[in-house]
Write a protein that binds this ligand. Sequence first.
Ligand SMILES: Cc1cc2nc3c(=O)[nH]c(=O)nc-3n(C[C@H](O)[C@H](O)[C@H](O)COP(=O)(O)O)c2cc1C
Length: 185
Amino acid sequence: MRTVRAGRSFRKPEASQEQEMKTIEIVYASKTGTSKDVARRIAENLNSALKPAEIQAESVELSGRNGDSTPWAVIAGGPINGMRLRQDIGNFIDGEQLFAVFSVSYLVKHARKMWQKSITRNVAEHASRAGAETYRVFGGRAESAMPGFARFLFGLPADMPMETLDMSEVDEWSGELAEKLRSRI
Ligand SMILES: Cc1cc2nc3c(=O)[nH]c(=O)nc-3n(C[C@H](O)[C@H](O)[C@H](O)COP(=O)(O)O)c2cc1C
């Protein structure tokens, strides 16, 4: 059964809390650090954009999150494994009311369209279950070159770079997030 913690997203402050800093948590799961880097970059960008509005963002690893805090907004993301969001972060997303969802995927920009669509659809479905306003799938990183059979299966070019993540896309998306969040203050 889906559990949504009441009022976790965009809580209207009580009169006594009116002056308190609003917090944004960027919750991530990450094996090799890509999702962690993206979560940190989003936090940095949101802090630059929203600190003057008394909003503070921080990235938090899913496994180390105690869940006691009640952030004003939650963003969550993690890697694509087996053409879908890694299970632990996928389950977390499905049980929360979130503002936004992101994923990182080594193949999403280069694989055949069918695979690209399958990855994007999976992330979109998780985002929809979490009631998220927006989602984005970024590139990722490979630990080693893809073997020939995998390149053939996924329709990858022979000169596939080891990194397909473009941080300028993360910066651009962060700007969109900041705009949406500002409109909710
Ligand atoms: C076990 C495993 C399965 C993976 N499966 C996929 C996949 O199906 N599609 C894809 O695009 N990338 C896949 N990747 C690549 C990851 O998306 C990529 O390495 C990403 O940068 C990892 O993010 P992280 O460092 O946050 O874990 C896989 C990586 C691992 C380790």
